[in-house]
Write a protein that binds this ligand. Structure first.
Ligand code: ATP
Length: 442
């Protein structure tokens, strides 16, 4: 884990990436035909693939590659009892101030003493603003029907602790992982999908014997840091930031954020927290159910401590896009290229028949059919081959496979590499093995 190097963020980068995202179908402003809707976003054909790949890579490393973590998918609508016990009803708020001059509202901890909109210093005192979205479940709108949209996925893991323990026979140290939507009525959503009111989280609660908590905390900080670097974010764009005692969440005995160097400065990608036995004890007291582990060997009952790596999927996706964005020069022409790891790239292989002529189609479709079970593929016959390479580079496709008229004679195709632009001729019957070979480092 390295200390941050001296990296200067490029302020123009956000705009370039936001434009690319819109132009190429990664992320659209939501409800655009109605003028947009308050910092909400829709993920388009390429964005949905990239976001899914981010979540799949998280799941792969957190669940599939381990034997001590299981998955969960809990309800988003939840009763007030959960949020009363967890402490969110009373403490999940941000300090809000109003500018008396221009009437904008701000998060007091983000702006200091001056309104960023109009420069006035005439601000109200800060007051707490509850961040949870409140709604009513069922046809009657009264106090008894109040429900909340979850502001984090974590509570589902605590309320299901006994269900998971008894059905899986796991024993501490073990974890429960979940990926899903969370909702926060943020006062100032900002910076594209960095902070939105509806977003996706990837969280894991790792239950451990209390005296092992600090060891596992260090383990998960290191593990999670290397997840980002392994998927292509340079060390120099990441840093660890331990929280000061006065900024810790109400449940945390220690939190370290993994931060990314966004174009506007360092920002949190993920928080790793030692939640102690706060949540299990709180839910146990409020529900009257025992939420403990009975260690048969030691003949002892205890409430595990929890180490929680809590990441944002949509925020991570944005970081991967920013880190991957590059411009270089190929044959005197500037090209835009997303240097995404092949595991994250929305399209992994593009199959490109050199011409629209009908005689190329059967063999091109044969190649597509050969690759589709193994890779997310695109099939594109429009425009010149050079333009099509550029379009694929711009969205991060690692490999293009071109079918040309020689293919009809020699049953070979050209494989072009995104980063080096190097082209090699490969027989169709070795194509799959060749491409799988290029991925096999992971
Ligand atoms: P912040 O201080 O930025 O408001 P937080 O510390 O409250 O975030 P956590 O509660 O630790 O965030 O949530 C875990 C992760 O969920 C964050 O690291 C982030 O990646 C993601 N996340 C939280 N809030 C949002 C949001 N409004 N939009 C997008 N992602 C979010």
């Amino acid at each position: 884990m390295s200390e941050p190097l001296d990296v200067t963020p490029d302020p123009a980068l956000t705009e370039k990436v936001v434009n690319l995202a819109k132009r190429r179908g990664f992320v659209f402003p939501s409800a655009e035909i109605y003028g947009g809707f308050r910092s909400t976003y829709d993920y388009g054909p390429l964005g949905v693939l990239l976001l899914r790949n981010v979540k799949n890579q998280w799941w792969r490393s957190m669940v599939q590659m381990r034997d001590d973590v299981v998955g969960l998918d809990a309800a988003i609508l939840s009763p007030p009892a959960i949020w009363a016990a967890s402490g969110h009803l009373t403490t999940f708020s941000d300090p809000m101030v109003d500018c008396r001059k221009c009437k904008e509202r701000w998060r007091a901890d983000q702006i200091g003493e001056t309104c960023p909109n109009c420069g006035s210093k005439d601000l109200t005192d800060a007051r707490d603003f509850q961040l949870m979205f409140k709604t009513n479940a069922g046809p009657v709108e009264d106090e008894g029907s109040v429900a909340y949209l979850r502001p984090e996925t974590a509570q589902g893991m605590f309320t299901n602790f006994m269900n998971v323990l008894t059905t899986t026979r796991k024993r501490p140290p073990f974890g429960i992982a979940q990926v899903g939507k969370s909702f926060r009525n943020e006062i100032t959503p900002q910076n594209f999908v960095f902070r939105t009111r509806e977003f996706e989280q990837m969280e894991m609660e790792y239950f451990v014997p209390p005296d092992e908590a600090s060891t596992w905390f260090d383990y998960w900080v290191a593990e999670r840091f290397s997840w980002y670097t392994d998927l292509g974010i340079p060390d120099s764009m990441l840093r660890l930031r331990p929280h000061d005692p006065d900024e810790l969440s109400h449940y945390s005995a220690g939190t370290t954020d993994i931060e990314f160097l966004f174009p506007w400065g360092w920002g949190e990608l993920e928080g790793v927290a030692n939640r102690t036995d706060y949540d299990l004890k709180a839910h146990s007291a409020a529900s009257g159910e025992r939420l403990e582990y009975f260690d048969q060997a030691a003949n002892e009952r205890y409430t595990p401590y929890v180490i929680e790596p809590a990441a944002g999927a949509t925020r991570a996706m944005m970081a991967f896009l920013l880190a991957a964005y590059d411009e270089d020069e190929i044959a005197g022409e500037t090209r835009t290229v997303l240097r995404l790891d092949w595991r994250l790239a929305p399209t992994q292989v593009a199959v490109l028949p050199l011409s629209k002529k009908a005689e190329l189609e059967p063999v091109a479709r044969e190649v597509l059919g050969l690759l589709q079970p193994h890779f997310q593929c695109d099939y594109d016959v429009t425009q010149s081959i050079g333009r099509r390479y550029r379009r694929q580079d711009e969205v991060g496709t690692p490999w293009c496979v071109t079918v040309d008229f020689d293919t009809l004679e020699d049953r070979a195709v050209t494989v072009r590499d995104r980063d080096s632009t190097e082209q090699v001729r490969i027989p169709i019957d070795q194509l799959l093995a060749t491409l799988v070979g290029r991925t096999s480092a992971h």
